[in-house]
Design a protein around this ligand. Sequence first.
Ligand code: HSE
Length: 437
Amino acid sequence: MSAAQDKAPLKVAVAGLGTVGQGVVRVLARNAELITRRAGRPIRVVAASVRNRSRTRDCPLEGVELHDDPLALAGCDVDVVVELMGGLELAQSLVLAALENGKSVVTANKALLAERGDVVFAAAEKSSGALAFEAAVCGGIPVIKALREGLVANRIDAVIGICNGTSNFILTEMARKGVAFADALADAQRLGYAEADPTFDVEGIDAAHKLTLLASIAFGVRPMFASVYHEGLSRIQARDVQLAQELGYRIKPLAIAKRGATGLELRVHPTLVRNSHLLASVDDSLNAVSIFGDAVGQTVYIGRGAGSEPTASAVIADLVDLARGQISGDPLGQPVGGLHAGTVLPLGEVRSASYLRLRVDDAPGVLRSITAILAELDISVEAILQKEPREAGAATLAIITSVAPEARHAKALEQVLALPFAHADYTRLRVEHFDED
Ligand code: HSE
């Protein structure tokens, strides 16, 4: 027996033995020897809470004391409570109770941390236990570790990611099969990526939760979920995906946090990304995060953002840090009391380029009128594609504009749509240019 094997184990209670909880128990058992060696002592799940005791579970549960009430775990003889229940109220009560009792907490609950972060992080600071949440952001990708530790020397200027696998899968399906949003969503639900109620994923709320946490660590600001702009995918048509491809772009569900001279940009929306950028080729349900640091430049992290064992991988990474005593009392990488309130740039002042798909009457002078409006607002046309009319008298135009403030794009769109030959059917999306584009 190795010395590590003989050391006192880190005792763990897991609240919720769903897909991820089972993954944690399974991977800890399967890789017990190497995890013990790396952690310097065994990590042992000794208690868990479940909603339904009679359910069959795909993980070994010998020696695990089962509880019906998750709150009971806060009083168990354990070092760490792993919260994998999701939701807000009960999860918050458990996390606060565990921290108050001096236990460490590992959670994958991005909604709790993003929406109730002020309370939870303050409780963690007071507690003799630690709080860790690698699994809350992009599942198996160690992006919290990268930001808090690997890139600690850098002033972070931007974090731009595909932080929701379901949305990425839907847009990939639309591109690959030419299907409508509703059909791609139905495929995502059939394959188990999307929930029966897909709102959090397809409206950008899940990604906004993750972006809130990334921005807090990157910029040293308090969690500001309410200030994150989010826009969903449902207005995107199959032809937008195709036109974007013809123009040399992919539409990706980006979460964008940028430090600007006058404020932070915090936004989640479907975005055109040039084919040449790495994020454009991150497909299916994969996640990817691109971080820009002043010293290191751009680094990109790609991997599985959800699923049983990818998420378990992140949970166990936190457990190993706790076993080694390597997690500091500052869950956001700096004292909670020192976080700034943060100023978010109003959306109207955010600068980006636009993709504009318009349906217009096919008549002489139409293009001239549209470009005149853009020129008047100092917006230049960077690329334009006109499809031959498929129905008599109506044409489709796709335009990529120069970079301009959002408010000017909005004004241009309003004026173009008011032209007598413009149809009501249109799409406007933002285009993100990366430095190396
Ligand atoms: N539902 C999320 C996704 C994973 O599709 O990426 C959990 O946040």
